[in-house]
Design a protein around this ligand. Structure first.
Ligand code: HEC
Length: 107
């Protein structure tokens, strides 16, 4: 009885767990080198380009989800180092990244 419950539970939880793993992997593979593990941009590129600290509540409040999505999809109109990712990532991955960036906000 208990065993069956565990199996059912893990089947229910699995898709979400995969989605979360996937977005973290994408962040690590494609974003972390400049924006850092935690979005604080304590990286060489972050310093050189004075990148925003995404954990700051003020930054989080200043940008909309649409701004973030557009920046990821189309890249920055001001700085070619922030490349467009729309050819490299699916719309679902970009949406997941927007959600992930929101989780970086300092508590
Ligand atoms: C090669 C370095 C580099 C990588 C890799 C990179 N970025 Fe950026 N990113 C930048 C730079 C530089 C800017 C600043 C652009 C500007 O000032 O207009 C930026 C800006 C941003 C912004 C807007 C920040 C603000 O201040 O409004 C977001 C959101 C963002 N990046 C998300 C991502 C995501 C998500 C990824 C991974 C898919 C990523 N970046 C990968 C360099 C990078």
């Amino acid at each position: 009885m208990m065993k069956r419950l565990v199996v059912v539970l893990s089947l229910c939880l699995a898709p979400n767990a995969f989605a979360a793993d996937d977005v973290v992997d994408v962040w690590k593979a494609k974003c972390k080198s400049c924006h850092g593990d935690d979005g604080k941009a304590k990286t060489k590129m972050g310093q050189k380009e004075s990148l925003a600290d995404m954990s700051q509540p003020a930054w989080q409040a200043a940008v909309t989800d649409t701004d973030i999505r557009q920046m990821i999809a189309d890249g920055s109109p001001r700085n070619t180092k922030m490349k467009p990712f729309k050819e490299k990532l699916t719309a679902a991955q970009i949406d997941a990244l927007v959600g992930y960036i929101r989780t970086l906000k300092a508590k």
